[in-house]
Ligand binder design. Structure first.
Ligand code: GDP
Ligand code: MG
Length: 206
């Protein structure tokens, strides 16, 4: 009997300022629900979710910071081996977007070849509370070499599955590209048309 090949598993880490909703997002992935005061204080936690992309299974192992970003004490171990970093900001806090620059410096130092994905959380908020404009997000995205820009709500669940599906797709594309060229090929994941499409799919819900 044919042996089932192992499912490709990719490490994904959440990163971003305190209060952007990383733990709420993590909690939603783990339980399918929202808790206004979800906490993960017992060291680093992970959750695994499997997605199927064009008939191929991909397992994402997602890591939350367990609050250590507050003291900027994330360790090399947190970043080590991450295929993608989800840079999470809060659509109602401008500083949470620009604050990602420092996190990008850290992540790129510890894990230089990760895929950088920009995630706007809290898209459930009323439009008057959403301070970040599409134009601001787009220019930040372009200036900082992100692979994808998506929005979601850990609270309502809107965009969450679509986002991780998109991440799985991009990683799978990159990994087949890397296999083909026997090395990392940063540009292979998505062409511009796909990128635009996925941004629309993500439904940046401002
Ligand atoms: P972390 O510090 O990045 O882990 O952020 P938390 O997950 O602890 O969330 C910070 C605050 O934002 C909490 O009060 C959450 O209830 C709230 N929050 C998280 N996600 C959402 C969301 O999608 N929408 C709204 N409206 N609030 C959220
Ligand atoms: Mg947290």
């Amino acid at each position: 009997m044919a042996v089932q090949p192992d499912v490709l598993t990719m490490k994904i880490v959440l990163l971003g300022e305190v209060n952007v909703g990383k733990t709420a997002l993590f909690h939603r992935l783990k339980t399918g629900t929202f808790s206004a005061s979800a906490s993960s204080t017992l060291g680093m936690e992970t959750v695994e979710r499997e997605f199927t992309v064009d008939g191929e299974p991909v397992r994402l192992q997602i890591w939350d910071t367990a609050g250590s970003e507050k003291y900027r004490t994330l360790t090399a171990n947190y970043y080590r081996g991450a295929a993608a970093v989800l840079y999470v900001y809060d659509l109602s806090e401008e500083e949470s977007l620009f604050g990602l620059v420092a996190w990008m410096d850290d992540a790129r130092r510890f894990q230089p070849d990760h895929m950088a994905i920009l995630i706007g959380n809290k898209c459930d908020l009323e439009s008057e509370d959403v301070v970040l404009t599409e134009a601001t997000i787009q220019s930040f995205y372009q200036d900082n070499d992100f692979e994808l820009s998506l929005c979601m709500s850990a609270k309502s669940g809107q965009g969450v599955d679509a986002c991780f599906h998109e991440v799985a797709r991009a990683l799978l594309a990159r990994s087949s590209g890397a296999n083909a060229t026997n090395g990392y090929s940063p540009g292979v994941a998505l062409d511009d048309a796909q990128r635009r499409e996925s941004q629309q799919d993500g439904g940046c819900c401002s």
